[in-house]
Design a binder for this molecule. Structure first.
Ligand code: ADP
Ligand code: MG
Length: 247
């Protein structure tokens, strides 16, 4: 469904992503994990065509992303960032329908789509009349998700969508999101720095370090068949376990 082939990205003389090839299976959730600065957001932006790679190609359904098809393909991808990324001067609803309006979608279709999505993410019509600052963090994230799903995209890219939430809200929304992903059957790439969250959402984890893929595999692979000591180090640090003692 979506893939990166030999894609690299450098900022000045800093390598954000070394040439890497990754395939994201259709209708599954893949979690991208890694320390801050490891290249997770850059990778997502490349998949979305928000930034252009120095080399290589981002592929969408086998089609290379370029200037000519970028806008059209972007409309088939939902993108959610930390804290929702909503425009503060627009109500929740206005944020959600912005792109559909711009594309002159039928107003009746837009209304019925909003109703469906509000039900899916458990938001009341009243909440949708509020401005982002009047919403809780969890509500903003739900609105961000509605906006991303508005055009019924094939692909959802989520960049630390739950990162700004308190643990209780986060826990609840994790469960709901998992159900939503399973119901919708979309191809999802979810960035998180939390291994537990990654394992909860995904069958496949991709660990990045310094712009390179350290390992791609299941949680069991990471725990039982780490390809590099860093994999174990990363997982342990996350789980708060003490470092392995020498025997
Ligand atoms: P992550 O999302 O894993 O925290 P990023 O993809 O945001 O990491 O960044 C990867 C590396 O690229 C970091 O070292 C970051 O400082 C650098 N970087 C990202 N975006 C830019 C930019 N627009 N200009 C310069 N450096 C950038
Ligand atoms: Mg990031």
């Amino acid at each position: 469904m979506i893939a990166l082939e030999n894609v690299s990205k450098t900022y000045g003389n800093h390598v954000a992503l070394a040439p890497l090839t990754l395939h994201f299976p259709a209708r599954q959730t893949t979690a991208l994990i890694g320390e801050s600065g490891s290249g997770k957001s850059t990778l997502l932006r490349l998949l979305l065509g928000l930034i252009v790679p120095d080399s290589g190609t981002a592929l969408f359904d086998g089609v290379a992303l370029d200037r000519s098809n970028r806008d059209e393909i972007r409309h088939r991808v939902g993108y959610v960032i930390q804290d929702g990324g909503l425009f503060p001067h627009l109500t929740a609803e206005a944020n959600i329908i912005l792109l559909a309006r711009h594309l002159r979608r039928d107003p009746e279709w837009v209304s019925s789509r909003i109703a469906t999505l509000a039900e899916l993410v458990h938001l009341s019509p009243e909440t949708l009349r509020h401005y982002p600052r009047q919403l809780s963090g969890g509500q903003r994230q739900r609105v961000g998700l509605m906006r991303a799903l508005m055009l019924d995209p094939d692909v959802l890219l989520l960049d630390e969508p739950l990162g700004a939430l308190d643990p209780v809200t986060r826990f609840g929304l994790q469960q709901e999101l998992k159900t939503i992903f399973a119901t919708l059957g979309k191809t999802v790439v979810l960035v998180t720095h939390d291994v537990g969250e990654a394992a909860y959402f995904s069958d496949t984890l991709v660990l990045l370090r310094g712009g390179k893929v350290v390992q791609q595999g299941s949680v069991a692979d990471f725990l039982e068949r780490p390809v590099d000591p860093y994999v174990t180090e990363f997982v342990r640090a996350q789980r708060g376990l003490p470092p392995e003692t020498a025997h």
